[in-house]
Write a protein that binds this ligand. Structure first.
Ligand code: GLY
Ligand code: MN
Ligand code: MN
Length: 434
């Protein structure tokens, strides 16, 4: 508990340090969203709001002032109403929220807009993100952007707007130990899910049945999926965002599973590819080992100062050389790189930032890795069955291997290292599948 409060205070101070003098930040929670009529989708908090407040509820506004030496945080929140208690159950009391999450004041959420007018007086800059709360957006554009409340005699309102996200993005890119531990917890459960699926797979099972095994492990640990699972048997592995997961798994096929859990908002992101019947064929082995070699070499290359481009160029080089050596691409290395011929088989990037969002905040150009950054490393090779330029024996093989990697002071730490990926180790887990 203390840990959470310390962490939240540290994040708020970091936000305040980046805010201009005499500014006010207004953060809005995500709204409930509905599947149809009054049937709700699962609630997911806006990631910036979660980062700063720690709260995962709709109908909240957080206001943060940068006022000389006396930064202040206010939360607008309603206690549980009687109607809500009957239909949805009780939530924490405002008093307890104030203690647990560390706000200076909590005000009623009803009429928060009226109160906001007063809070904006004499502030120079407003730090805010549009597109999250329509009501707040129109209030700001009617009253601030159009300066109509400036008609209030003798009072001045912010004349500048700074995008909140430009600040939170910078803060969220480097993870604290608190955040790394949550990614690790999510990864541990994800690993258990993957191992369970590897053990259960066999010819004749449907992809959704493996998905169900994984979901069962996540749910039994009280974690949701961090994203929709991909369970692609055979050629389905070549569809990068295959989420139908409704085909039967076949003997002699591989199955690619890209699935991971989320812990207190923090995502992990793991892919493994293994033989449905427990034994890699010769061609599958060759593609698998090539992807694994690219992935492992990329991981050993990671350290502070490296860029995404350098990392990607490395996996492109290894995969291109390998595809030429296997005769899958018949051209010179120079041509393969110049004409991007590898993209017929490796069409996505090596990885992405990972954190509160599975594709987390952060730029990809001209950023050098820093200790505390968390990324995925996920090269792949996809030889679609429709690719008539390739010998038939290779077609229908899709392999991706994805781990979550923390950049450390001297190199990196693989947060998902407990999930085997060497071919022999994978076969051992799958040995009873045939
Ligand atoms: N699971 C999404 C991704 O690997 O990027
Ligand atoms: Mn990924
Ligand atoms: Mn993934």
């Amino acid at each position: 508990m203390e840990l959470l409060l310390d962490e939240l205070k540290r994040r708020r101070m970091a936000l305040i340090n980046e805010m201009p003098d005499n500014s006010i930040a207004i953060l809005s929670s995500a709204n409930k969203n509905f599947r149809t009529r009054d049937v709700e989708n699962p609630f997911r908090q806006n990631s910036d709001f979660l980062y700063i407040t720690g709260l995962s509820e709709p109908n909240l506004i957080n206001v943060i002032f940068k006022n000389s030496n006396n930064p202040q945080t206010i939360l607008f929140r309603n206690n549980t109403s009687e109607k809500e208690r009957i239909w949805d159950g009780s939530r924490l009391d405002n008093q307890d929220v104030q203690k647990k999450y560390g706000f200076d004041n909590i005000y009623n959420y009803d009429n928060y807009l009226d109160k906001l007018v007063d809070l904006l007086i004499d502030k120079e800059t407003l730090v805010i993100e549009s597109g999250i709360n329509d009501e707040l957006d129109s209030f700001i554009s009617n009253n601030i952007a159009n300066a109509s409340i400036n008609n209030r005699a003798g009072e001045s309102f912010p004349t500048k707007i700074v995008a909140l996200h430009s600040i939170t993005q910078k803060l969220r890119m480097v993870k604290s130990q608190f955040e790394i531990d949550l990614v690790k917890k999510a990864a541990e459960v994800s690993i258990e899910g993957h191992i369970s699926a590897m053990k259960k797979a066999k010819p004749g099972l449907y992809e959704y049945e493996l998905d169900a095994e994984i979901k069962y492990v996540f749910n039994k640990n009280n974690m949701p999926n961090a994203y929709m699972s991909i369970v692609g048997g055979g050629n389905n592995a070549c569809t990068l965002h295959y989420v139908k997961n409704d085909s039967k798994l076949k003997k002699n096929d591989l199955v690619l599973i890209d699935s991971a859990a989320e812990c207190d908002g923090y995502a992990s992101d793991i892919t493994r590819t293994f033989p449905v019947d427990g034994k890699f064929t010769k061609e599958q082995s060759e593609i698998y080992d090539l992807v694994l070699s690219a992935q492992e070499k990329a991981i050993s290359f990671i350290k502070p100062g490296i860029t995404w481009d350098e990392l990607h160029n490395l996996t492109v080089k290894i995969i291109s050389e390998g595809l030429i050596e296997l005769g899958i691409i018949q051209d010179s290395f120079a041509n393969v790189i110049k004409n991007e011929m590898y993209k017929d088989f490796y069409m996505h990037k090596t990885g992405h930032w990972l954190g509160l969002d599975v594709h987390d905040v952060g730029e990809y150009e001209n950023i050098k890795f820093l200790p505390g950054m968390v990324i995925t490393v996920e090269p792949g090779i996809y030889i679609d069955q429709s690719n008539i330029n390739v010998e038939k024996k290779w077609r229908g093989i899709g392999v991706r291997i994805e781990d979550d990697v923390l950049v450390t002071n001297n190199g990196s730490e693989v947060l998902t290292k407990k999930l085997p990926k060497n071919r022999n180790d994978v076969e051992k887990i799958c040995k009873n599948n045939g």
